[in-house]
Design a binder for this molecule. Structure first.
Ligand SMILES: Nc1ncnc2c1ncn2[C@@H]1O[C@H](COP(=O)(O)OP(=O)(O)OP(=O)(O)O)[C@@H](O)[C@H]1O
Ligand SMILES: [Mg+2]
Length: 379
């Protein structure tokens, strides 16, 4: 059997519409169905917090506290990973700056969490990914990179911080040349690492698309936008060093321009992700709604396959309202591909019939809501 990451047991306390909820999955795929507003996506969001970051809604920690009490929240889980079972506890207490994490009872960082649990999610909010801002596509790409390199998040935070410092320095002449030099050297080094991580993730995705039998469309992916450097992945260390040198030079030369603009106009924060629907040679943005959705599903599956190959464990898949967009045949194909991957998927949909083609081992749970409190229908 494929090695994978699976949530065996999940407990929610005072998390959004859930006062208390417990799902004992035994590792099976989970299909949550129920009316709008029942609390299905909230469960997927809770699972997404078992990996680093702000979760699939990108919500600040206080927002997830159950209203009106707002006494904080807790998500606890037993997770099976290739290196054994671990207990994860993540919680927010009012007054804290963010959520805290414990792994097996010990305080841990989110980066450490990333070494254990990887999730790949697809939500209705991503439907406009190809037509909206480049920042959304960068975030989508960076989430994929984060799965391969748990430190990518820290690198990005350090990059943003150095960039803010440089912008501030440029806005306050006369410039301190030495300080600018050293900030730009740092920015260039971090920027080159980010660009390399993205290039490597795209290469892994390409490979996963090339080697898979899938009924979902292939996407040709490339880094685009104002910063789209060529990175030779046969010599990645050298390519990264070379890119850092180029970037440092571009930053130094760009000082007057960036000072006038009030921001840094070169670097990986100016990159974009482009996708072409390969079979039609059509840019994703020009594809139909259904085709765009199929491309996203395809990329998420490719990402999951690539992660399974690289890390030895299929990630947890969080597919929010994905089934509703597919006809019966495509739904069956999706479930078959998830099964072939060996991944644990958490899926939502309004009606149970959406999950008819899902294997008999799947846990089908009806979610209901009464008086603003979600619960699982015991039947
Ligand atoms: N902090 C919070 N405290 C209490 N309730 C909340 C909080 N945040 C969101 N909710 C409630 O949770 C409910 C939405 O839950 P969720 O998004 O999981 O629904 P859903 O079952 O996925 O519905 P849909 O089918 O429409 O997507 C809403 O009624 C919302 O008001
Ligand atoms: Mg929902």
């Amino acid at each position: 059997m494929t090695r994978r990451t699976a949530v065996l047991d999940l407990t929610l306390s005072h998390f959004r519409s859930w006062k208390r909820g417990r799902i004992d999955t035994g590792g099976a795929p989970v299909a949550l169905h129920g009316p709008n507003g029942a609390g299905k996506t909230n469960v997927l969001e809770a699972v997404s917090l078992l990996a680093p970051g702000r979760g699939l809604r990108r919500a600040p920690a206080p927002e997830m506290a159950r209203k009106p009490d707002e006494i904080g929240w807790r998500v606890a889980a037993v997770v099976s990973t290739p290196s054994g079972e671990i207990e994860i506890d993540t919680r927010f207490t009012p007054g804290d700056s963010g959520r805290g994490v414990q792994i097996d009872g010990k305080t841990a960082t989110q980066t450490a969490l990333g070494g254990h649990v990887r999730t790949v999610w697809l939500t209705p909010a991503m439907d406009r990914l190809w037509t909206e801002a480049a920042s959304d596509r960068r975030r989508f790409l960076d989430r994929m990179v984060l799965g391969f390199d748990a430190h990518h998040g820290d690198t990005s935070i350090a990059y943003e911080k150095a960039m803010r410092q440089r912008n501030r320095l440029l806005s306050e002449p006369p410039w301190d040349q030495n300080w600018l030099d050293s900030l730009e050297a740092q920015l260039a080094r971090l920027g080159a690492r980010i660009a390399r991580g993205r290039a490597e993730a795209l290469a892994a995705l390409r490979e996963a698309q090339d080697t898979a039998e899938t009924s979902f469309p292939r996407a040709d992916l490339a880094i685009a936008g104002d910063f789209a450097p060529e990175i030779d992945l046969d010599e990645p260390d050298m390519a990264e060093t070379g890119l850092a040198v180029d970037l440092a030079r571009a930053l130094a030369e760009g000082r007057p321009r960036d000072a006038a603009a009030g921001r840094t106009l070169t670097g990986p924060h100016r990159s974009d992700l482009s996708a072409i629907y390969a079979a039609k040679a059509m840019p994703a943005a020009a594809c139909s709604t259904g085709e765009q959705k199929a491309l996203l599903i395809s990329l998420c599956l490719a990402n999951a396959r690539a992660l399974a190959g690289r890390t030895g464990a299929a990630p947890v898949l969080l597919f929010d309202e994905v089934a509703a967009h597919l006809d019966a045949a495509r739904r069956a194909a999706l479930y078959a591909e998830i099964a072939a991957l060996g991944a644990q998927a958490w899926m939502t949909g309004t009606g149970p019939e959406l999950f008819d083609a899902l294997g008999a081992d799947a846990l089908r749970l009806a979610v209901t809501e009464e008086g603003g409190v979600s619960s699982l229908d015991p039947t």
